[in-house]
Design a protein around this ligand. Structure first.
Ligand code: ADP
Ligand code: MG
Length: 667
């Protein structure tokens, strides 16, 4: 007897279900994707008990006639592709023709559908139990499709046991629906959980062009998250230059296109906005929510030094690219995608993010997105002098002066303090990293956020997009004093501002070093009175030997002094190292780490600059009057002044509303 046998259809479907249907959220995903593919304008999702007992997805899409309603339950039955070649450029969400038969094989499944074009008021109802069709009949129904999935995995107790708590399963469903809602603002979504409406998102009618899509997305974000998002708009378009891959060259003798348009658009968190996980990174490729590590890295890379170690950016970013450039058929649930030119795509995404962050400062948060914006003009970056004593800068409303009645006049020189307080990534209580807007972000003053003590009303700044934070280095700042030899206390027309002197110095020096590098200038270097020798383990020595030219360009004079020994005889003038060996080892470690990171923008030079800046002496010096003014003015000239090169905030704000709250002036 033969040992090999063809599996019955039902078993084959259950096997496929093992890949496609992991949990209730996967069912929701497949059904909603089908509704989207069917051009629905409204999708209603209902779940009960985290989707274990019921999932129902109803749409007003094209619907199906009776034959199609039966055929769609067959394996490999799809209306979305016809030939193998179609796989190379998928423009629909689905294409595998697997979802419905798989889901129906592991649940009690009811499909009710009526073709949009159908003249009759009757549609078709098909009932399937564990993969067996048990009923097919005519049924009165509205045009469109409704699919009901009850008791998922009822016939596979082992899988049912693996389902998590109702909360967890429901959270997965919510997460997927968030993604779908963000990708399709023109579709109205209703989501009910155990009979209670979670969302009712209206359809947002907008144009097809990108500015219009950005507006729609913004509206959808507002509907989903409320108005307090601190996001920057991205709309970036570039030509991707394609080097033909060797096999393509062989296959393709006629002139193949050498470049194609790639667009990156959506919203990213302003500098200072980050999360401890990647959960708030919503990435889409041709509107399909995807997981792709390369894109995650690109995002990190784009944020570069504006991100603290261990923190992740937030975003809702869409990549539009020729479907032929993406393989969406590498994951059964189509969650992951692969780019044919991964490196180029990554570079473009990183560049889009970086440009936007740079523009954030140079043009203010409210400027048009980089794609369409004119180059930053120095006029918009006008320096507002800070003054150690009144009068306040003219742009600052007098009114708020009264709000700090008991703040002493300039505190210089700072009172002696034994040890500057330890800087921690955790923020001092009540202070928000800037430019995180507080609820009282001054962009849109309301009666509630105006300081109580102010008599004449503060001049109203022009209305701004309420999502957009107001960059603090663009507003006048008045110097009050320095505390702990470290924190510069300043006053703005919206409250109290603290600047971390050390972090600020690091940022300034870092950018100066990079600017010199860009101009191919040799960084200034100062000979040490007492050159030091540093002995390294053999492996590190070999590595360091290759890095000597880079270090030299940055003003770090290191030369070989034997097999494993180096002579440190010069340093940039602002650097002082008490332990040369540790300093050199730190450089080696940091440089090695770059090699392992999969990014391209963070060159070794950036890393050296970062490390060197950490040893900036001036940062710890007590500063006074003019020096402090220079510090602020230098910060205003920086491209990314809101974080130090290691991503820590340089400046924090506590606005009047927060102060009033703390002092109990506000109920
Ligand atoms: P795929 O989406 O990969 O084609 P599915 O098994 O998910 O495979 O669906 C099979 C077919 O059933 C689809 O190609 C589509 O023609 C039809 N279909 C599924 N859901 C709907 C729906 N909500 N509205 C209209 N047609 C649908
Ligand atoms: Mg499908």
């Amino acid at each position: 007897m033969n040992r090999i046998r063809l599996l019955p259809e039902q078993v084959a479907n259950q096997i496929a279900a093992g890949e496609v249907v992991e949990r209730p959220a996967s069912v929701v995903k497949e059904l909603v994707e089908n509704s989207i593919d069917a051009q629905a304008t409204q999708i209603i999702v209902e779940i009960q008990a985290g989707g274990r007992s019921l999932i129902r997805v109803t749409d007003d899409g094209t619907g199906m006639n009776r034959d199609d309603a039966l055929l769609c339950l067959e394996r490999h039955a799809t209306s979305k592709i016809r030939r193998a070649e179609d796989l190379a450029a998928i423009s629909s969400m689905g294409f595998r023709g697997e979802a419905l038969p798989s889901i129906a094989s592991v649940s009690r499944f009811t499909l009710t559908t009526r073709g949009r074009e159908s003249q009759s008021a009757e549609g078709t109802r098909v009932v399937v139990v564990g993969g067996k069709i048990v009923e097919v009949k005519a049924a009165g129904t509205a045009p469109g499709t409704s699919i009901e999935v009850r008791q998922l995995f009822f016939n596979l107790p082992a899988r049912r046991k693996f389902l998590r708590t109702l909360e967890t399963e429901s959270a997965h469903v919510t997460h997927y629906l968030t993604l779908a809602a963000l990708a399709f603002p023109e579709i109205a979504f209703t989501f009910t959980r155990d009979g209670r409406v979670v969302w009712q998102l209206p359809a947002i009618k907008g144009g097809e062009d990108f500015p219009a899509r950005l507006t729609s997305l913004k509206e959808r974000l507002r509907n989903l998250y409320g108005g307090e998002q601190n996001l920057l708009e991205v709309n970036f378009c570039r030509q991707m230059h394609m080097s033909l891959q060797p096999e393509e060259e062989l296959e393709n003798n006629d002139a193949a296109p050498v470049s194609l348009d790639v667009r990156v658009w959506g919203f990213i968190g302003a500098p200072g906005v980050s999360r401890s996980t990647r959960e708030e990174q919503h990435l889409f490729v041709n509107r399909r929510p995807v997981e792709n590590r390369g894109l995650n890295f690109a995002l990190m890379e784009g944020y570069h030094t504006s991100l603290m170690k261990g923190r992740y950016p937030v975003c809702c970013l869409f990549l539009e690219i020729d479907p032929a450039e993406v393989d969406v058929n590498i994951h059964p649930a189509k969650r992951e995608v692969k780019f044919h030119r991964e490196g180029e795509v990554r570079r473009l995404v990183a560049e889009a993010v970086r440009q936007r962050l740079l523009a954030f400062h140079s043009k203010g948060a409210h400027a048009p997105v980089p794609d369409t914006a004119v180059a930053a003009s120095s006029a918009t970056r006008e320096f507002v002098p800070i003054t150690t004593s009144s009068p306040p800068a003219p742009a600052a409303p007098q009114a708020n002066q009264a709000a700090l009645p008991n703040f002493p006049a300039p505190l210089l020189p700072a009172p002696p303090v034994k040890e500057p307080p330890q800087r921690q990534p955790a923020l001092p209580m009540g202070f928000a990293p800037l430019p995180l807007p507080s609820p009282a972000a001054p962009a849109l003053p309301t009666a509630a956020n105006k300081p109580e003590l102010s008599e004449p009303a503060a001049p109203q700044p022009p209305a701004r997009f309420p999502h957009a934070p107001l960059p603090l280095f663009d507003v006048p700042l008045r110097l009050v004093g320095v505390i702990g030899k470290l924190y510069v206390v300043l006053e703005s027309d919206r409250g109290l501002v603290l600047l971390d002197q050390h972090a600020a110095h690091e940022r300034i020096l870092y950018e100066q070093m990079l600017n010199r590098l860009e101009k191919q200038e040799q960084a200034p270097s100062q000979r040490l009175l007492l050159p030091e020798t540093v002995e390294l383990p053999a492996r590190d020595a070999a590595f360091l030997r290759q890095q000597l030219p880079v270090l030299g360009r940055l003003g770090v004079g290191l030369s070989e002094f034997g097999e494993r020994t180096f002579l440190l005889d010069a340093l940039p003038p602002f650097v002082k190292v008490s332990e040369p060996r540790r300093f050199v080892l730190e450089l080696v470690d940091q440089l090695k780490a770059v090699g392992q990171e999969v990014n391209t923008l963070r060159l070794g030079e950036h890393v050296v600059a970062k490390t060197v800046c950490r040893h900036a002496v001036k940062a710890n010096d007590p500063l006074a009057g003019a020096e402090l003014e220079n510090l602020i003015s230098d910060m205003r000239k920086c491209a990314m002044p809101y974080t130090c090169p290691h991503g820590r905030p340089t400046i924090l704000e506590m606005n009047y509303r927060e102060l009033e709250k703390k002092f109990g002036r506000q109920q």
